[in-house]
Design a protein around this ligand. Structure first.
Ligand SMILES: Cc1cc2nc3c(=O)[nH]c(=O)nc-3n(C[C@H](O)[C@H](O)[C@H](O)COP(=O)(O)OP(=O)(O)OC[C@H]3O[C@@H](n4cnc5c(N)ncnc54)[C@H](O)[C@@H]3O)c2cc1C
Ligand code: SF4
Length: 491
């Protein structure tokens, strides 16, 4: 334990954010990182409690508590306090392939399970993680680790999101020859084209892809498996195939007026912005000068709000059918489960600065889009609802009040994802269950011989940290399969 009284002596300190008005003028990351002094004192705040729930990654009431990667958090906290930085980096990399991503965009379930958080602010674990890995890159500790021997086994991975990348990293280090097939023009999956640059600069993703390439992983970009390469070819040419195609099918809102122009899915909107930014072109789908309504109260919706503000939207509103979370943990949401409490995301803070009001409207259901007479959306009919608890969950009922009309020239649907796209899976003959690829955790095998699955395509829409975790685990299963003397037992 670093400093026995650290949690009493020091208050949590946040990494400095870039000034709101400056950061709105560019697409750079809004968050800074801890200074070396802050890193040390934040590490000192760790109590090294006898049972560190922060690294357990267990499921409580269908929500994760603690780090799904089982990151060795108390160990690196202690090491950064003692300024044994290189050892902290070694410990971090033992469990997490890509801390530069989680240290920026993970919602940090570890912090919700931190013992200090029972009656004080949690240790700033995520900020510590980012500071360790960023320094690791800056000080030249992260270099290509080229495997010393090759097994001669070939693995094809479909999809270069965090699950595909971590599976590739693990299998490559085990000496297998890994090829990643990616239909997009850049690798990274949602790290590249989902999460906006303000949260994760794309140079950070590209730096990792470059490193993985130097280590021997082959990336075949602009290659849509099912069209450009056939599943039969992969099954024939590779010893094993892993499907990491994500949960790409968006949830739609099939209400009156859905066919109007001006209504787009969040991923379409966000991808166009990032791609245009990287290609140094204007986006074909801009919110500039428009009344924008984002439907969906989650993080994807918040990313759309932040994007619309940077594009110069005239007005932005974000509608959620669900109620706002309470300011403190509600009954049943006790420590160490993930705290479902009201938060102000970066996007909401920025929106308040610009529009001088909270842009989120809760318990609001959209039930029709209104035509401007030329087939384009001009407004939404919304109504207020109340949440009713039932034996099986909750439902929403409209309250006795008239409709509201909200002007909108651009509507963005950010109401989640249904599951993986089907045509590829049908062509493979891979079975689905509840809109997810049917493959048991820890086994990860689909019903098709030699074909495994991981990440959002198997788990359902989730988080980067889970995708990395699934990638690591599926790699273990594939390695066991490839190195088994009796490969037939898996058939
Ligand atoms: C807008 C947005 C913001 C998010 N923000 C966060 C966040 O801040 N923090 C967080 O933890 N999580 C966030 N998430 C969730 C997180 O990004 C996902 O859980 C994670 O990326 C899933 O990883 P994956 O590897 O399973 O799939 P993905 O990242 O979806 O990658 C799948 C890849 O497969 C490729 N692919 C699909 N089909 C084919 C094919 N036939 N041939 C070739 N390639 C194919 C796709 O092009 C894609 O590159 C966000 C999600 C979205 C949509
Ligand atoms: S990966 Fe996420 S949950 Fe794990 S230590 Fe980092 S911030 Fe916490």
């Amino acid at each position: 334990m670093g400093k026995p009284t650290g949690f009493i002596d020091y208050q949590r300190e946040e990494a400095k954010e870039r000034d709101h008005l400056t950061r709105l003028k560019d697409w750079g990351e809004y968050q800074g990182r801890l200074t070396d002094e802050q890193l040390k004192t934040e590490g000192a705040r760790c109590m090294n409690c006898s049972i560190p729930f922060c690294h357990t990654g267990i499921d409580i009431n269908n929500q994760v508590s603690g780090c799904p990667l089982n990151n060795l958090i108390p160990e690196w906290n202690d090491l950064v306090y003692k300024e044994r930085f290189e050892e902290a980096l070694d410990r971090l990399l033992m469990t997490n392939n890509f801390p530069e991503f989680t240290g920026r965009v993970c919602p940090a379930p570890c912090e919700g399970a931190c013992t200090v958080s029972i009656n004080d602010d949690a240790v700033g674990i995520k900020n510590i993680e980012r500071a360790i890995i960023d320094r690791g890159f800056e000080e030249g500790y992260i270099t290509a680790r080229i495997p010393k021997r090759r097994t001669g086994k070939k693995v094809a991975i479909i999809g270069s999101g965090p699950s595909g990348l971590s599976a590739a990293d693990e299998l490559n280090q085990q000496g297998h020859n890994v090829t990643i097939f990616e239909k997009a023009d850049r690798a990274g999956g949602l790290l590249m084209y989902g999460i906006p640059t303000m949260k994760l600069e794309k140079a950070i993703v590209e730096r990792r892809i470059k490193l993985l390439t130097e280590e021997g992983i082959i990336f075949k970009l602009n290659t849509d498996v099912g069209k450009d390469v056939l599943p039969e070819d992969l099954k024939r040419d590779f010893d094993s195939v892993i499907v990491c195609t994500g949960a790409e099918t968006p949830r739609d809102l099939n209400i009156q007026g859905r066919e109007l122009t001006g209504i787009h899915f969040a991923m379409d909107y966000l991808t166009k912005q990032t791609k245009s930014y990287l290609d140094e072109k204007d986006t074909p789908l801009s919110a500039a000068g428009k009344n924008v309504v984002v439907i969906g109260g989650g993080d994807t919706g918040a990313d759309c709000v932040a994007t619309a503000i940077r594009q110069g939207a005239k007005n932005v509103r974000q509608l959620a059918i669900t109620p706002a979370f309470p300011n403190t943990r509600a009954e049943g949401n006790d420590w160490p489960s993930y705290p479902n409490v009201f938060r102000e995301d970066y996007a909401h803070k920025e929106a308040k600065m610009i529009f001088k009001r909270e842009v989120r409207e809760f318990l609001t259901e959209t039930h029709a889009f209104i035509d401007n007479g030329e087939g384009h959306v001009q407004a939404l009919f919304t109504r207020k609802v109340e949440e009713i608890s039932t034996e099986t969950g909750v439902r929403f009922e409209k309250v006795d009040r008239g409709d509201d009309v909200i002007p909108a020239d651009l509507v963005i649907l950010a109401i989640g994802f249904v599951g993986p796209k089907r045509p590829l899976l049908e062509r493979f003959g891979v079975e689905l269950k509840n809109n997810r690829i049917d493959a048991e955790y820890q086994d990860f095998r689909t019903n098709v011989k030699n074909v495994f699955a991981a990440g959002d395509a198997r788990r359902g829409p989730s988080l980067i940290v889970w995708a990395i975790q699934e990638g690591r685990e599926v790699a273990k299963a594939v390695n066991a399969y490839l190195t088994s003397e009796k490969i037939e037992q898996y058939a």
